[in-house]
Ligand binder design. Structure first.
Ligand SMILES: [Zn+2]
Length: 262
């Protein structure tokens, strides 16, 4: 790796950490119906304003050992974890796409995608909610980036209609098995991923399903009644899908349907 490549990765990781911190604020305030454009963050427990030096992504949480400086109430580890993952996701997006055709548009699309996934992961973990507003904003952002960047849209619309439609139908007819929020998320992911949505959703459902089975094995009937929040698992699958999904689908098509290889 050259020095300039290393510098780019560091810049993207740093920006990802900062945006990850902003995602924490957005997710926290959306669930409480507050504006996230102005105002300082406060501790949920004691209401103390969080000082700038205690608001440094990842590091403040580690230095404070996950507790409020004033009252000692725990700060959930999902916030620094999502910051860290978004930093890694931003760096990986640049690393994977900067040599590809349409690099600039693909990278911007990937950053928008990862940011949306970070917000819905936090809201789904805290309250089992995937907010419609975030999904709508994500669709608008995707359409703008695809249009301005001149990326192909046909395959994305086909994926949204088939894969999104399938899961919306499942959520409609089997509401106890699968949440409508998860289905809408899959439809939005299809716009970002095109055909790569297939391995992304498979990976997400598999991971979420395995964790669900483990919880039932451990906690028995009580866990069975709880709906699995698939959002975070679908988000993980979506990130993988954006980074390696298209290569995976290409390999699969070449291997099993060589006549239709693209
Ligand atoms: Zn406090």
């Amino acid at each position: 790796m050259t020095a300039s490549e290393f510098a780019m990765i560091a810049v993207f990781a740093f920006v990802g950490l900062l945006i990850g911190s902003f995602c924490g604020v957005v997710a926290h305030r959306i669930l409480r119906g507050e504006t996230f454009l102005t105002g300082r963050s406060r501790c949920d427990a004691c209401g103390a304003q969080i000082a700038t030096y205690d608001n440094i992504p990842l590091f403040s949480w580690l230095l404070l050992r996950g507790r409020c400086r004033k009252c000692g109430d725990p700060i959930p580890p999902r916030y620094p974890l999502v910051e860290l993952i978004l930093g890694l996701a931003y760096a990986a997006t640049w690393l994977v796409w900067h040599d590809e055709p349409d690099a600039a548009a693909q990278i911007v699309l990937g950053l928008a995608f990862a940011t949306m996934l970070a917000i819905i992961t936090l809201t789904d973990l805290e309250a089992r909610i995937i907010p419609n507003g975030v999904l709508i904003a994500a669709v608008l952002a995707a359409v703008m980036i695809i249009a301005i960047g001149g990326l192909a849209i046909e395959q994305r619309l086909v994926a949204a209609a088939i894969v999104g439609g399938l899961f919306l139908a499942i959520a409609w007819f089997l509401p106890r098995g699968f949440g409508m929020g998860d289905a809408k998320l899959i439809a939005v992911m299809s716009i970002y991923l095109g055909r790569a949505v297939a391995p992304a959703v498979l990976a997400g459902l598999l991971a979420g399903g395995l964790v669900g089975i483990a919880l039932i094995a451990r906690h028995g009937a009580a866990a069975r009644k709880q709906k699995i929040p698939f959002g975070p698992y679908l988000a993980g699958g979506g990130l993988l899908g954006f980074l390696v999904g298209d290569d995976l689908v290409g390999w699969y098509v070449d291997e099993f349907f060589p006549d239709q290889s693209t």
